[in-house]
Ligand binder design. Structure first.
Ligand code: ATP
Ligand code: MG
Length: 335
């Protein structure tokens, strides 16, 4: 496809994230229906072109566990990324609609994500870097696929500069400034699976309620790879001037969504919690032991002890998911 903005007709909004919005569009010349993600990027033209070049390898990412890529183009000041539409949306949207997801379906999610991560790393040496339920998509054919992986170093840098949200799925070693590895994705997978199985973000239950600290959310801008140092080294930037853009306010309100039962945990508290406290677990007794111990394995705080996606594909709960006859297509008809 030779994609141009004027050839794409908006059909419907599919969702909004921190960095931009996603619309269902029709590519008029071919009649192809696509999901167009608009990413606002504050970068020089040379950097934008570099990002486009880097996105090109997504054309080579062909796997049934990866959302297909149609192409990307510049539409000042945005970059538009066109991909396959997944008509049942993301797993965060699904659990927010239907509640906690059945553990056997969660097993299928774990299997698909591990297969997708293994493909990306083994074939392309790509680390995903943003595993979370909103980047796990599902369609009415019963397919589960991952999207929004970090193919472009420049794109990661450009977005990271203006970004807070994702840090909540970040592994303890990443919070402390270590490089990303495939094992950081495994941590994020473990957090995501608990979230799907419980129907809520696992860190939401906090004793802490410090509204002063939660004020900082709009001003912390951590995620540039490698730049964060350690929590202890995080210095608190001055408050932004009152004129801080409404975009920032939107991000902030998303950051504060770490609430549950009237308790609030600020981003800073949450990051400290991830580093210092025991990892979350599936509630004991409510789920199969195999699922519990798989998730414990994903959430080993020491990255050296944590397994890679490929190793986890041999884990008993995943082997069981491979031979399961569960009908995901039928499940998607229930919502
Ligand atoms: P963040 O900005 O923190 O990464 P996000 O992943 O929700 O959050 P986007 O990647 O911009 O943000 O996606 C916004 C929403 O659009 C998603 O939550 C998902 O529901 C929907 N979406 C994204 N890609 C597709 C797609 N290919 N098909 C269908 N829906 C999609
Ligand atoms: Mg996304």
């Amino acid at each position: 496809y030779d994609l141009r903005n004027e050839d794409l007709k908006d059909l419907q909004e599919l969702g909004q994230g921190n960095g931009g919005s996603v619309k269902k569009v029709e590519h008029i010349p071919t009649g192809t229906i696509m999901a167009k993600k608009i990413v606002l990027i504050d970068a020089k033209p040379s950097v934008r072109k570099q990002i486009l070049r880097e996105l090109h390898i997504m054309h080579e990412c062909n796997s049934r566990y990866i959302v297909s890529f149609y192409g990307a183009y510049l539409a000042d000041p945005n970059i538009c990324i066109c991909m396959e539409v997944m008509d049942k949306g993301s797993l965060d949207g699904i659990y927010k609609k239907i509640g906690a997801i059945d553990i056997d379906i969660v097993g299928q999610v774990a299997l698909a994500v591990l297969e997708g991560l293994t493909y990306l790393y083994d074939v392309h040496r790509i680390i995903h870097r943003d595993i979370k339920p909103s980047n796990m998509l599902c369609n009415s054919k019963g397919e589960i696929k991952i999207c929004d992986f970090g193919v472009s170093g420049e794109l990661i840098n450009s977005i990271a500069d203006t970004f807070v949200g994702t840090s909540t799925y970040m592994s303890p070693e990443r919070i402390q400034g270590a490089q990303y590895t495939v094992k950081s994705d495994v941590w994020s997978l473990g957090i995501s699976l608990i979230e799907l199985a419980l129907g809520r973000f696992p860190f939401a239950e906090s004793e802490a309620d410090d509204s002063d600290l939660s004020d900082l959310e709009g001003t912390l801008s951590p995620a540039r790879p490698g730049s964060m140092g350690s929590i202890a080294a995080l210095s608190l930037p001055p408050r932004p001037p009152k004129s801080a853009s409404s975009k920032k306010d939107k991000r902030k309100s998303k950051g504060v969504s770490l609430q549950g039962g009237g308790m609030t945990m600020s981003i800073l508290e949450l990051l400290q919690h991830i580093v210092n406290e025991p990892a979350p677990k599936l509630t004991e007794g409510r789920f199969p032991v195999m699922a519990e111990s798989f998730i414990d394995c994903c959430l080993l705080k020491d990255p050296d002890a944590r397994k890679t996606p490929k190793e986890l594909l041999d884990y008993p709960w995943i082997e069981q998911a491979k031979s399961s006859t569960i009908d995901i297509e039928a499940w998607t008809q229930t919502f």
